[in-house]
Design a protein around this ligand. Structure first.
Ligand code: HEM
Length: 356
């Protein structure tokens, strides 16, 4: 295990600013073209009706769901100060490997990973994980510790929303642990209860394999390359028997963002662990590292494996691709009205759904 300064040093290779790029592969495109076709026909019917009653401007206005009228006003909150407050909360010698960082990353991911492209439900908007039912989902076990830790930041910054805080905390944690800069925009609003949360079952099940992983992440709109990049976050943190039931870290430096997860996955020999717990793998050399069945699927499936090989060799490429995919994850389903006046997210995709 590395100390925080050492972790920073090891991790700085990845501290860059990166631009987003569209990526696709054949399988994803197939799924997408089917989904777009469905959207197209549904939206087409809507357009015909709405155009009759007042024109395209109304279409865009009407696309704003009622809850989006309460978008946070970015200018009222000093997000740089929020970032500093979050960064100051990361270290705690008595917590896990000395940092809340990995847990904050998991918080941002689980807050966002409920999104479905098929009906535009779920996603980080609303900050609903603080309410039942999401707070009680098995997949979210342990995340109350992150939410409780961040409560002081919420209180110190009037106007800040939980939905923005949960996602920004993940970004700050990644950057502070030596990861890439991730573009982050404010504007998520908070729902007043958990009624808009989707049904449980949208987050991945670690016991399952490639098909399940694709089902879950294609539903969010990711392709194979983005899926592999995102799961590379398992260079961070560990599993806890009192949360998921699994046990142990994936790498020797769980508070350092790196491509070690991929390198170890490929280069180490992994055996089933003999223990009184769920099926998981351990490295044969030290028996201190672990892999989930879902992690192993990344080397068993030939399409996923291709990207594991690339990222194991090229930490810079991993950091760059991770930053793009993570930015996308945190913005899924959000209707942004940014300070530069541009719109992004739901309106943009509605436009695409209507006009191709
Ligand atoms: C197939 C997809 C995935 C599965 C099955 C999965 C499963 C898990 C499980 C079982 C844990 C252990 C929880 C605990 O016991 O504390 C965990 C932890 C973690 N996951 Fe994932 N995960 C997936 C994808 C992701 C993604 C996409 C990210 C972020 C981009 C991520 C980030 C993390 C982090 C940082 C931790 C460590 C948390 C801590 O140290 O407390 N995971 N994951």
């Amino acid at each position: 295990m590395y100390s925080r300064p050492a972790a920073r040093l090891i991790g700085t290779f990845a501290r860059r600013s990166f631009t987003s790029q569209a990526r696709n592969n054949g399988r994803q495109q197939y799924q997408w073209s089917r989904a777009r076709w469905n959207y197209g026909s549904a939206a087409g019917t809507g357009v015909a009706a709405i155009t009759l009653s007042g024109g395209i401007a109304f279409v865009l206005h009407a696309s704003t769901a009622p809850q989006d009228k309460k978008l946070a006003t970015p200018s009222k909150v000093d997000y740089n100060e929020v970032r500093k407050s979050v960064a100051a909360l990361l270290d705690d010698a008595n917590f896990d490997d000395g940092s809340y960082g990995p847990l904050f990353v998991r918080l941002g991911w689980h807050a966002s990973g409920t999104y479905s492209h098929l009906d535009s439900t779920g996603g980080s908007n609303g900050g609903c994980m603080r309410f039942e039912p999401e707070s009680g989902w098995g997949a979210n076990k342990g995340l109350h510790l992150a939410r409780e830790r961040l409560e002081a930041v919420y209180r110190a910054h009037p106007g800040l929303t939980y939905a923005d805080l949960y996602t920004l905390a993940a970004v700050v944690a990644i950057e502070e642990m030596g990861g890439p800069q991730i573009k982050w925009r404010p504007g998520r609003n908070d729902h007043k209860d958990g009624k808009k949360s989707p049904a449980d079952g949208r987050l991945p099940d670690a016991a399952q394999g490639a098909q399940h992983i694709r089902d879950i992440f294609y539903r969010m709109g990711f392709n194979d390359q983005e899926i592999v990049a995102l799961i590379g976050a398992h260079s961070l943190g560990r599993c806890h028997t009192d949360r998921s039931g699994y046990d142990g870290p994936w790498t020797f430096a769980p508070t350092t963002f790196s491509n070690e997860f991929f390198r170890l996955l490929l280069e180490e020999k992994w055996n089933l662990r003999r223990w009184n717990g769920p099926k998981q793998y351990e490295d044969t050399k030290t028996k201190t590292l672990m892999m989930l069945p879902a992690d192993m699927a990344l080397i068993e499936d030939p399409e996923f494996r291709k990207y594991v090989v690339v990222y194991a060799k090229d930490g810079d490429k991993f950091a760059k691709d991770f930053a793009s995919a993570f930015e996308k994850l945190l913005e899924l389903g959000i209707d942004f009205k940014t300070t530069d006046g541009s719109t992004h997210g739901k309106n943009e995709s509605l436009w695409k759904r209507i006009f191709g």
